[in-house]
Design a protein around this ligand. Structure first.
Ligand code: HAM
Length: 418
């Protein structure tokens, strides 16, 4: 049998209520802050991610699903949502509209990573992006939205970690300090870090190789190199979060895995997500839109990993909706009753009642069994007697009680019992 590709997961009907719950909460949280949904293509020109996400990030150098289409163009399945939203914003001239522009998305994304618990090759994100404000208020509001969303899905045991990665001005001095620090140890560091040393030494701080981690632990910290403007910005973001009652810790080692970040970066982490502790990550990326389209538009945003959120919700015992099943099952005892049940089912559905009837030709016993498996709240039985009488036997499966209900009154009967 052909199997699902490694690192992918089916979301089966029995689980889909949980996903719908998460998606509904995400939409509600985003819309409360004035964000509206944006949908962009699953694939983009490879260059968008190479230029946008950054040529020194692991995501671009190692993890992209890139292929040539039949026209010989290099395209890539999106490894994240930010670059596509930035492209859509610029391409559609949305900087001419009301700013700040606020958009959210619920997407699947693709990264060729080594699969493990909480790390997939196809995974799902809820993300939000805000364009057109360089002020710390935008960073703080984005973080408030992220926090509000996590609370709305019942999470309590997560932590917010905050850092600033500065701007190109302060980063030049910081990169020099990092190079001075790492230079004597380069021979002991991995080949990737040797490349990162030349191209973007900040990436070395994110290296997962044990020998490299030995050196990264004592490396200079960006926070000590922030220029006065970046320092003031960071202080104001913290003040605003304090004012909003959002607790956080400053973690100077957060650099994020993507190259576009400037100033504020943040991660929401949870021990319940296992080795993949980050459930939501984001930050400011003031340079990205200028890099893609010559429009100097400051930006900030985040994305949360839906699979990790579900893992954490389960571990924390957060309430999750179960599949409730159908409202009622219409059981026909013979051919004529079955036909009548079929018509009645259509009438009930026209009144918004979810119901099923036999499509297989099953015996009465087998139909009861199916209705039970499908979680039907009511079973409506129709046989010869009921046809003659013009009324059905309605059994309430929870109360185990039955009563006679006229065919023409069935819809009303179920509408008040939904
Ligand atoms: P990211 O940190 O790469 O940021 O991903 C955001 C979240 O997606 C992670 O915190 C994690 O929960 C989830 N995630 C990432 N990779 C995987 C994977 N292989 N399997 C399962 N879950 C995963 C971004 O993607 C940025 N675009 C966020 C952003 C938006 N920054 C600004 N705006």
């Amino acid at each position: 049998m052909i199997q699902i590709p490694k690192g992918c997961k089916d979301i089966l009907p029995a689980q889909s209520k949980k996903w719908q719950f998460l998606e509904t909460k995400a939409r509600a949280a985003a819309e409360q802050y004035g964000f509206r949904e944006i949908r962009t293509p699953v694939f983009e020109h490879t260059e968008l991610f190479a230029r946008g996400v950054g040529e020194t990030s692991d995501v671009v150098t190692k993890e992209m699903y890139t292929f040539l289409d039949k026209g010989g163009r290099s395209v890539t399945l999106r490894p994240e949502g930010t670059a596509g939203v930035a492209r859509a914003f610029l391409e559609n001239g949305l900087q001419g509209g009301a700013l700040p522009f606020k958009a959210y998305y619920l997407i699947s994304a693709f990264r060729y990573e080594r699969p493990q618990a909480g790390r997939l090759r196809e995974f799902h994100q809820f993300g939000a992006e805000l364009y057109g404000s360089a002020a710390p208020y935008a960073d703080a509001e984005t973080i408030c939205l992220a926090d509000g969303f996590l609370r709305s899905i019942g999470l309590k045991k997560y932590a917010l970690e905050l850092n600033s990665v500065g701007c190109p001005t302060c980063r030049a001095a910081y990169s020099k300090a990092l190079r001075d620090y790492f230079r004597p140890h380069l021979a002991e560091m991995c080949p990737d870090c040797n490349v990162r040393f030349e191209k973007n030494p900040m990436r070395m701080l994110d290296c997962k190789v044990e020998e490299c981690k030995k050196w990264t632990a004592g490396a200079p910290r960006m926070l000590d190199y922030l220029c006065p403007d970046c320092r003031a910005h960071f202080e104001e973001v913290k003040d605003l979060l304090d004012g909003a009652g959002i607790s956080y810790t400053v973690n100077p080692s957060i650099v994020r895995g993507l190259d576009y970040y400037t100033r504020t970066v943040f991660e929401f982490t949870s021990d319940a997500a296992g080795a993949q502790g980050t459930i939501l990550g984001g930050g400011r990326y003031d340079g990205l839109l200028a890099q893609l389209g010559e429009a100097n538009v400051p930006a900030v945003g985040f994305a949360a990993g839906m699979e990790r959120l579900l893992m954490v919700m389960e571990a924390e015992g957060a309430p999750m909706p179960e599949d409730e099943g159908i409202n009622c099952y219409l059981l026909g005892m013979d051919a004529a009753s079955r036909s009548r049940a079929f018509v009645l089912a259509e009438e009930l559905r026209a009144h918004g009642i979810s119901c099923e009837t036999d499509l297989v030709g099953r015996s009465v016993k087998a139909q009861f069994k199916y209705a039970d498996k499908r979680g039907a709240r009511f079973v409506v039985t129709i046989g010869q007697n009921e046809l003659e009488e013009g009324a059905a036997e309605v059994k309430d499966m929870r109360a185990s009680s039955s009563e006679r209900v006229k065919f023409e009154e069935l819809a009303q009967y179920f509408m008040i019992r939904r």
